[in-house]
Design a protein around this ligand. Structure first.
Ligand SMILES: [Zn+2]
Length: 72
Protein backbone atom coordinates (compact mmCIF):
# COMPACT_ATOMS: atom_id res chain seq x y z
CA UNK A 1 0.00 0.00 0.00
CA UNK A 2 2.14 2.83 -1.29
CA UNK A 3 1.71 6.44 -0.29
CA UNK A 4 0.30 8.61 -3.02
CA UNK A 5 1.12 12.29 -2.91
CA UNK A 6 -2.10 13.33 -4.64
CA UNK A 7 -4.30 11.90 -1.94
CA UNK A 8 -4.52 12.28 1.80
CA UNK A 9 -1.44 10.72 3.29
CA UNK A 10 -2.32 7.64 5.25
CA UNK A 11 1.19 6.65 6.11
CA UNK A 12 4.51 8.26 6.95
CA UNK A 13 6.19 9.69 3.82
CA UNK A 14 9.58 8.93 5.33
CA UNK A 15 9.29 5.33 6.40
CA UNK A 16 5.82 4.23 5.30
CA UNK A 17 4.50 3.50 8.77
CA UNK A 18 0.68 3.62 8.79
CA UNK A 19 -0.74 6.75 10.40
CA UNK A 20 -3.53 4.86 12.07
CA UNK A 21 -1.01 2.98 14.19
CA UNK A 22 0.88 5.68 16.11
CA UNK A 23 4.06 4.38 17.67
CA UNK A 24 4.61 6.85 20.49
CA UNK A 25 2.20 9.38 21.91
CA UNK A 26 4.30 12.33 23.01
CA UNK A 27 1.62 14.56 24.49
CA UNK A 28 -2.03 15.49 24.35
CA UNK A 29 -3.50 18.96 24.48
CA UNK A 30 -6.98 20.36 24.63
CA UNK A 31 -7.69 23.14 22.21
CA UNK A 32 -10.59 25.30 21.12
CA UNK A 33 -11.30 22.99 18.22
CA UNK A 34 -11.17 19.86 20.33
CA UNK A 35 -7.90 18.10 20.97
CA UNK A 36 -4.42 17.93 19.59
CA UNK A 37 -2.15 14.92 19.93
CA UNK A 38 1.56 14.81 19.24
CA UNK A 39 2.96 11.47 18.20
CA UNK A 40 6.35 10.26 17.07
CA UNK A 41 6.86 7.77 14.27
CA UNK A 42 9.37 4.91 14.32
CA UNK A 43 11.61 7.02 12.08
CA UNK A 44 11.57 9.93 14.53
CA UNK A 45 9.19 12.15 12.59
CA UNK A 46 7.01 14.19 14.94
CA UNK A 47 3.36 14.25 13.94
CA UNK A 48 0.65 16.68 14.97
CA UNK A 49 -2.79 15.13 15.01
CA UNK A 50 -6.06 16.96 15.41
CA UNK A 51 -9.43 15.50 16.17
CA UNK A 52 -11.65 15.63 13.14
CA UNK A 53 -14.99 13.96 13.51
CA UNK A 54 -14.42 10.83 15.53
CA UNK A 55 -10.85 10.28 14.46
CA UNK A 56 -7.44 11.89 14.83
CA UNK A 57 -5.84 12.88 11.56
CA UNK A 58 -2.28 13.98 10.93
CA UNK A 59 -2.23 17.65 9.98
CA UNK A 60 1.51 18.26 10.16
CA UNK A 61 4.68 16.28 10.51
CA UNK A 62 8.36 17.00 10.89
CA UNK A 63 11.33 15.39 9.27
CA UNK A 64 12.72 12.26 10.90
CA UNK A 65 14.83 13.22 13.89
CA UNK A 66 17.52 10.66 13.17
CA UNK A 67 18.29 11.89 9.69
CA UNK A 68 19.84 15.20 8.71
CA UNK A 69 17.68 17.31 6.44
CA UNK A 70 20.38 17.33 3.78
CA UNK A 71 19.85 13.62 3.12
CA UNK A 72 16.30 14.21 1.93
ZN1 LIG B 1 8.01 7.43 9.80
Amino acid sequence: MPCEEDTVMLCCPYCGWPDDDPVTTVSRHRSASGATVWTRCVCGSLQTRVRRGGAFVVCARSRPADHPAASL
